[in-house]
Design a protein around this ligand. Structure first.
Ligand code: OOG
Ligand code: NI
Length: 461
């Protein structure tokens, strides 16, 4: 027997994310337009900011930049979620963080499948935000049972896909031919299928319960509902969108524009109205439309420590308490001003963020000799012996983007209790615990501190 030559899971992920992007470009033409705009803005930002550009080049981030995007799917059953976990594992993507969207009035809870190693993230940080429907949050019991029955009848993975997942698990990976076949089969799960599995009448009833319920229950698979490229300057992309015939929402979600970006800023535009075909009792199909898919862009900044995140949450809530964006967007400028005002309390320079322990950093030796003994990392940065760079936030902020902080959280204790219970159910359904995102950033920072200390003391001898 010949030994199988296994391709790295990073490679499988890259083949998949490229193929996904190609498909989405044909399915959602505005995505292609947006990609072109992001490309232009990124090139311009690099030209205008030599320091940023130098950092991207030095860290091999240029390659990652063009590949970088996230997608989102919503599955209907625990079994679908558990198989999704095995599918993503083939691509080196593991579940990180738990997001309880019920606090935002959305009947799902979620995780993000993503690579976690520094090297894997550098190669291709492609991530997929994955939500599981919570039928327990649908009030109408008959409707709940009907939805469960519809979901029980569908198979969202092809037999070929399931076989190749099993092969990867058995052999510890796939060879090149298997990897290509795997991506081809997996795409069947993620692509758009215009044929609904239900009648127009069933669709309408599920939609009335919640639009998301209809989107999750009525189709053959969990079509990817958006694919989001990363830009270096989200304000420039937002400003450039109307010229390209794209109308973004009135304000960018997340922190304000800053010199040192933090966490995640996102903006989106309205989904396509897609023609769909319902089944009908007579066998003939009936035409309809469905709105689920949208466009989104994001700019990523530094991952925050728990202390930084608490400050972020507080300042965001403060701005939101002062100005609520009207649905027509007419007071967007007031909101932007209130946000900027609130965030004056958040240090906007790397030294300040480090000194106050608000963000995570990756440290490395500069090569300058004679580092003072006993100095801490911040002192070594100031003395020029150590370089510090913010660690990029790789996760999501869906709940704060939904804008529910100050008003809807209600009784803190009760909320936390309910969240813990839901999270345990989610992890049981997933078949694994989700990784703690904060622990990952802290470990990355700690590893860089240890490597830097080792390098400095090797130098000292
Ligand atoms: C996912 C929403 C979460 C993001 O960027 O925060 C998300 C969904 O609507 O299915 O993608
Ligand atoms: Ni998104």
């Amino acid at each position: 027997t010949s030994t199988k030559i296994i391709v790295s899971s990073d490679t499988v992920r890259t083949i998949f994310s490229r193929a996904m992007s190609d498909i989405y470009r044909t399915e959602v033409p505005q995505y292609g337009t947006l990609m072109d705009l992001v490309h232009e803005v990124n090139a311009e930002t690099r030209r205008g900011d030599p320091v940023l550009d130098g950092r991207l080049v030095a860290n091999d981030e240029i390659e990652r930049l063009d590949l970088e995007r996230h997608g989102a799917i919503r599955v209907g059953t625990p079994a679908e979620l558990a198989t999704m976990r095995r599918l993503f594992a083939v691509m080196g993507m593991v579940p990180v963080a738990y997001y309880d969207l019920s606090v935002a009035g959305v009947p799902v809870h979620s995780t993000a499948f993503r690579p976690v190693g520094t090297e894997a993230l550098r190669r291709n940080p492609f991530r997929v935000f994955t939500s599981l429907l919570r039928l327990d949050l649908i009030a109408d019991e008959a409707l709940r049972r009907e939805a469960a029955d519809i979901l029980a009848r569908r198979a969202i993975f092809t037999p070929g896909c399931l076989d190749l997942i099993a092969v990867a698990e058995r052999d510890g990976g796939l060879d090149e031919g298997e990897a290509k076949a795997f991506v081809r089969e997996a795409l069947e799960t993620f692509r758009w299928h215009g044929d609904a599995t239900v009648t127009a009448e069933v669709y309408a009833r599920l939609r009335k319960a919640h639009p998301l319920v209809a989107d999750i229950v009525c189709f053959k698979g969990p079509h990817i509902n958006h694919l989001t490229p990363r830009t270096l300057d989200i304000d420039a992309v937002q400003a450039g969108m109307p010229e390209k015939g794209i109308t973004p929402k009135a304000v960018i979600e997340g922190p304000p524009r800053r010199l040192v970006p933090i966490l995640l800023r996102q903006t989106s535009f309205r989904a396509l109205q897609e023609p769909i075909a319902f089944t009908s009792p007579t066998g003939a199909s009936e035409d309809g439309t469905h709105t689920a898919r949208f466009g989104e862009i994001e700019q990523r900044g530094a991952a925050l420590t728990p202390k930084g995140r608490a400050l972020y949450d507080r300042l965001l809530a403060e701005a939101r308490d002062r100005v609520q964006v009207k649905s027509d967007g007419s007071n967007a400028a007031d909101y932007v001003a209130a946000l900027a005002e609130a965030f004056r309390a958040f240090p906007d320079d790397e030294d300040g963020l480090r000194a106050e322990g608000l963000a995570y950093f990756r440290f490395s030796p500069t090569g300058r000799p004679d580092a003072p003994k006993g100095a801490d990392m911040n002192e070594l940065v100031l003395s020029g012996h150590v370089k510090a760079e913010p660690i990029t936030y790789e996760d999501f902020l869906p709940v704060s983007a939904a804008g529910i902080f100050s008003s809807n959280l209600g009784d803190e204790g009760q909320e936390n209790h309910a969240e813990r219970a839901a999270r345990a159910v989610f992890e049981r359904d997933l078949g694994a615990a989700v990784l703690d995102e904060d622990a990952l950033y802290a470990a990355a920072e700690r590893a860089s501190v240890e490597a830097t200390r080792a390098a400095l003391s090797a130098h000292a001898v």
